[in-house]
Write a protein that binds this ligand. Structure first.
Ligand SMILES: NC(=O)c1ccc[n+]([C@@H]2O[C@H](COP(=O)([O-])OP(=O)(O)OC[C@H]3O[C@@H](n4cnc5c(N)ncnc54)[C@H](OP(=O)(O)O)[C@@H]3O)[C@@H](O)[C@H]2O)c1
Length: 246
């Protein structure tokens, strides 16, 4: 196996931690960003208990200058980024007629504009080395829309538009670009949803349960592997059968 350098944004979150773990166990050098140094230290200490060393760089994915600095710092610590997983994300749910401009821009900046902010500083290097793997973590709700999530669904759908354009532009440089669209996974983001709402969601999932973060990480590991060189521009839905659009 070729050891690569991977940057997973939002690696300290529920799905991000599983992705970090998976890529590290495959033998890659893995990095993630943080915003709060105290929380970052606690997270790094916990994952170190599992024997996993993660490079951590300060960075806010919604801020282009911060991302540029984050990538340059990471390159000096770990080497050039060869695998990028745009995973950091937030929700600010409310129906559109009540939505503030702030709720709209916060979600678009952190989910969609972050793809520009983090990918732009790594793409030239990938093109120059003629190898790269980029994965966007989108959402089932970017595919089907969701009541109360016009901001999030728009941003997540936009992420796949980004994927399929970048995939076309960079295929001849050995770079694959794909989207993973998780359904409802048991992380803090979903456990924050009121229990009665969650029960209704689970009732709509043919497999009959929420997803596990590892089930998303497994797909990311697959798509970022050496042997996935001919898979580009795809949107892999992982949702227990909740949405089967194509
Ligand atoms: N959970 C689900 O069911 C589900 C379903 C579909 C899609 N997704 C998507 O999967 C991804 C991960 O979700 P999750 O459930 O693991 O969420 P999570 O546990 O809330 O983790 C989110 C991560 O993103 C980071 N983050 C948020 N805003 C950031 C910013 N401005 N700059 C840098 N980092 C930032 C957080 O860091 P801080 O600690 O600094 O906030 C955290 O590490 C998201 O893109 C989400 O939309 C999740």
């Amino acid at each position: 196996m070729t050891q690569r350098t991977a940057l997973v944004t939002g690696g300290t979150g529920g799905i991000g931690t599983a992705i970090v773990r998976y890529l590290a166990r495959q033998g890659h050098r893995v990095a993630t960003n943080y915003r709060d140094p105290a929380r970052a230290d606690a997270w790094r200490a916990a994952i170190a208990q599992e024997g996993i060393e993660v490079a951590m760089v300060q960075g806010d994915v919604s801020d282009p200058a911060s991302c540029e600095a984050m990538v340059r710092e990471l390159e000096s610590k770990l080497g050039a980024v060869e695998i990028l997983v745009n995973n950091a994300g937030i929700t600010r749910d409310t129906t559109f007629h009540k939505m503030s401009y702030q709720q709209w821009t916060d979600v678009v900046n952190t989910n969609l504009n972050a793809c520009f902010n983090v990918t732009r500083p790594v793409i030239d290097g990938m093109r120059g080395r003629k190898w790269g793997r980029i994965v966007q973590i989108s959402s089932i709700n970017g595919q089907k829309g969701q009541y109360g999530q016009a901001n999030y669904a728009a941003a997540k759908a936009g992420m796949h538009g980004f994927t399929i354009s970048l995939a076309q532009e960079n295929a001849k440089f050995g770079i694959t670009v794909n989207t993973v669209s998780p359904g409802y996974v048991a992380t803090d983001m979903v456990m924050a949803v009121p229990e009665e709402v969650r029960e209704k969601i689970v009732a709509q999932i043919p497999v009959g349960r929420l997803g596990k973060p590892e089930e998303i990480a497994h797909a990311v590991a697959f798509l970022t592997g050496e042997e996935a060189a001919w898979i580009t521009g795809t949107n892999l839905a992982i949702n227990g059968g909740h949405y089967m659009g194509w």
